[in-house]
Design a protein around this ligand. Structure first.
Ligand SMILES: NC(=O)c1ccc[n+]([C@@H]2O[C@H](COP(=O)([O-])OP(=O)(O)OC[C@H]3O[C@@H](n4cnc5c(N)ncnc54)[C@H](O)[C@@H]3O)[C@@H](O)[C@H]2O)c1
Length: 381
């Protein structure tokens, strides 16, 4: 069978992670890349051995050879590029957020419904074996009815007021930062594992650094200001921190905290589910361990051993027990799931759809509104 020809929009952190993971799955070939300029695209294409570089993302979308596009550009471009890909009838895997507001994301789900192609949003934490194991364990019914879920997503890459990224610029990023950027991952993961939607939110957000110092010149994600002295002050309106009380379907309660200014925490997405007979806790920085908490017997630490995990979770594990798998492998699992759907539309897949992405955009809007109005807000309001 001929490989599906894939193009990538963007050349930064997420684009390079997509490229690497795509090269580790069968049946696809990365044939082209578009950056913010032809010169930059050509440089990356040469370094990474990608056959074509384009002068713009529009050229990438129009290339008849390209069948699927991964959109790894800054948030403000997501709607425009996603829309063009859907209108061209090509497969779309969009980085989160699907769009910067729910008017845009609603339009995208309408276009996706009219297209024959497969489309999805890159909520990659669903695709870790131990996250899947939590979901499968809950499905067995053994843990019983879920009482509550707690957790958060903590990072420190924007700790100092001299740390800079386009994410701090509302025009490039959209109206929410810590919540939309990392809280969205937590919410998607929890909704997926519990198979329940978040219905209401009560939020408290904070901008720890209302003024930051930006280097004169462009900076890629996670690069910091690199000690650059030539900086200028600018006002920041998006949140560095947020805590959100949540109600989910079937009376489940929860709470999560997000921060991009938590020293020492690099990428700590954690969640703990407490149910009638047991609890389960998982932390992305220690991804191959799942704690199962018990009251009347000893609690257990499970490790990622495909011989012991439930079937779907075992299938997401590519090496025997004791061989560590992590963030790049979750992304690889997502792409395996996505391209299996491209090959067989009748397949039941687990990646986030555009509908899921749209609901997350609405959820983020509800969180912003709750903070602004200091009250509980229903996600459908
Ligand atoms: N799923 C995840 O875990 C995850 C992780 C990181 C980033 N992301 C998402 O990926 C997206 C990109 O983030 P990043 O961290 O890679 O940022 P980045 O700054 O590292 O890279 C952004 C890239 O977009 C390119 N770009 C800018 N304008 C462009 C244009 N007009 N045409 C083509 N390319 C253009 C830039 O050249 C740059 O290479 C964001 O939406 C972010 O939310 C998701």
């Amino acid at each position: 069978m001929e490989a599906i020809k894939v193009g990538i929009a963007g050349t930064g952190f997420s684009a390079m992670a997509h490229l690497e993971a795509l090269r580790r799955i069968p049946g696809v070939k990365v044939c082209g890349i578009a950056a913010s300029s032809l010169e930059k695209g050509e440089k990356v294409a040469k370094e990474m051995n990608i056959p074509k570089a384009y002068a713009s993302w529009e050229e990438l979308v129009q290339d008849p050879e390209i069948q699927a596009i991964h959109n790894c550009t800054p948030n403000v471009l997501h709607y425009k590029i996603n829309r063009a890909v859907l209108e061209a009838g090509k497969h779309l895997l969009s980085e989160k957020p699907l769009a910067v507001d729910s008017g845009q994301s609603a339009e995208l789900i309408r276009l996706a419904a009219e297209s024959e192609a497969v489309s999805g949003v890159c909520f990659n934490y669903r695709h870790y074996p131990m996250v899947s194991q939590m979901k499968e364990m809950l499905q067995t019914g053994e843990p019983g009815r879920v009482h509550h879920v707690i957790g958060g997503y903590m990072q420190d890459w924007l700790l100092f007021d001299t740390d800079y990224s386009w994410r701090l610029d509302t025009d490039m990023n959209g109206p929410s930062r810590a919540v939309a950027d990392i809280g969205s991952h937590w919410c998607d993961t929890v909704q997926h594992v519990l198979n329940k939607r978040i219905t209401q939110v009560m939020a408290d957000l904070q901008t720890v650094h209302p003024v930051r110092y930006r280097p004169k010149g462009s900076v890629e994600t996670f690069a910091g200001s690199g000690g650059q002295k030539d900086t200028e002050p600018f006002a920041v309106s998006t949140e560095d921190y947020g805590s959100v009380l949540i109600h989910l379907e079937d009376g489940v309660r929860g709470v999560f905290t997000v921060s991009q200014v938590a020293a020492g925490r690099k990428n700590r997405l954690s969640l703990e589910i407490s149910a009638e007979f047991s609890s389960m806790a998982w932390d992305q920085e220690n991804p191959n361990t799942l704690w199962v908490g018990k009251r009347e017997t000893a609690s257990e630490d499970w490790s990622t051993d495909p011989a012991l995990l439930l079937p779907k979770s075992a299938a997401m594990t590519h090496y025997p027990g004791g061989h560590q798998e992590g963030w790049p492998d979750g992304l690889k699992n997502l792409f395996i799931d996505f391209y299996a759907k491209v090959e067989d539309r009748s397949r039941k897949s687990s990646f986030a759809t555009l509908e899921d992405g749209h609901r997350i955009v609405k959820l983020v809007e509800a969180i912003l509104r709750s903070h602004r109005e200091q009250r509980w807000v229903r996600v459908e309001e």
